[in-house]
Design a binder for this molecule. Structure first.
Ligand SMILES: [Zn+2]
Ligand SMILES: [Zn+2]
Length: 147
């Protein structure tokens, strides 16, 4: 399997874009941990490492990573976009606690079947299928009962 860096470099070459060490640094930071992240959090992590990046350049880099399929946007309905890397990480869904914000990842074997069915039924080429389930985690439920 190609590394995320190889994928990205190929993409840059195909598009005739300039290769910058800054973008590669951002990419490596993203692939260091499988965490859901937002621009502010990523910016902080890079700053702590002494990287000289601006938020604007992070936004621009993220658009490129999205476009070549290395990361995806996840909507946690809190008013801004979160991201996570998907390359080398199997498709998965999210359970999100509405009280504490905890995210649990799970795999749903039925989803590829649903995707196939939708593609057939509507003649779509499906690029992304996400399932997000919202609720309350056990500790939060226990807390609610205490009140
Ligand atoms: Zn909770
Ligand atoms: Zn995830």
């Amino acid at each position: 399997m190609k590394s995320e860096l190889e994928i990205f470099r190929e993409y840059i070459r195909q598009r005739g874009l300039r290769r910058t060490p800054e973008r590669e640094e951002i990419l490596q930071q993203i692939f260091e941990t499988h965490e859901h992240f937002d621009v502010d959090g990523l910016y902080l992590r890079l700053k702590q490492k002494g990287a000289k990046v601006s938020k604007a350049s992070i936004y621009r880099a993220l658009r490129l990573f999205l476009d070549c399929g290395l990361i995806r946007e996840v909507d946690f309905s809190d008013g801004h976009w979160h991201y996570e890397y998907i390359y080398g990480h199997g498709p998965h869904c999210h359970l999100r606690c509405l009280s504490c914000g905890q995210i649990v990842e799970f795999e749903e074997p039925g989803l590829p079947l649903l995707q196939e069915r939708l593609a057939r039924q509507y003649g779509y080429r499906i690029a992304d299928l996400q399932l997000e389930v919202k609720g309350y985690c056990s500790p939060c439920q226990a807390e609610q009962q205490d009140d």
